[in-house]
Write a protein of this length. Structure first.
Length: 227
């Protein structure tokens, strides 16, 4: 059986309640799954036991940015041609993955961002979270010069060139903006595509809070000062 050169990276911290169903939905696709357990303590490891995935674990919780970078490093060692970032809390739709990959396959883009706010997107995002993301959009533009509609959407895809160059230093929520810094630094071609995001009560509890937005601003300021 031919091994797919395309990998889906799924970072997770304490997602035992939903993670198995998320991974099972991804395993129906013709790609390989790298699951990065970011130091979970709730039985996440037992929940994914027996699934045909690449399992990587941090001994302690290091943050989603660090987990993604671990996944990127692992995918590079496997000679991945493309990677997709996919959240473990059930809010993302596996059916969006071909749409994310299409601009990479056509060489139209080096990195593709999923967006909740362009034509064709479907989401039940709350008014408060939408406002927070709009503020983050303006902050990202000030720091990076890139005017994305939805830079803090966890659905992204990178081609082999971007995968070889990406290096996330922000371990927590600010890593999402760091993709923009990297795109600008390496002159990556980028594109946004519409995606379907469904927030359950569970994923809302796990999502970015207003205090996280303030932390992102501080982290970006420090990044800009010391880059």
């Amino acid at each position: 059986m031919e091994v797919s050169p395309i990998y889906i990276l799924v970072p997770a911290f304490n997602e035992a309640l939903v993670v198995r169903s998320v991974l099972e939905s991804l395993l129906k696709l013709p790609y390989q799954v790298i699951f990065i357990d970011d130091g979970s303590t709730d039985g996440t490891e037992a929940a994914v036991k027996g699934l045909p995935i690449h399992y990587v674990r941090h001994h302690i919780n290091m943050g989603q940015g660090a987990a993604l970078q671990t996944g990127f490093n692992y995918a590079r060692r496997r000679n991945a041609e493309m990677v997709i970032c996919f959240d473990a809390d059930g809010q993302h739709d596996p059916n969006d993955i071909p749409l994310l990959l299409a601009p990479l396959i056509s060489q139209e883009a080096d990195i593709v961002f999923g967006s909740r706010f362009i034509k064709g997107a479907v989401t039940n995002i709350s008014v408060g979270r939408k406002l927070l993301i709009k503020v983050a959009r303006m902050v990202n533009f000030l720091f990076t010069g890139m005017w994305l509609s939805d830079a803090h959407n966890g659905l992204r895809a990178l081609n082999q060139e971007a995968l070889a160059q990406v290096k996330l230093l922000e371990n927590h929520s600010a890593h999402a903006s760091e993709f923009l810094f990297q795109a600008k630094k390496w002159n990556w071609k980028w594109k946004e595509v519409p995606v379907h995001i469904h927030y359950s009560n569970y994923s809302r509890r796990k999502g970015t809070k207003p205090v996280s937005g303030f932390r992102i601003f501080i982290d970006l300021t420090l990044h800009k000062l010391f880059e």
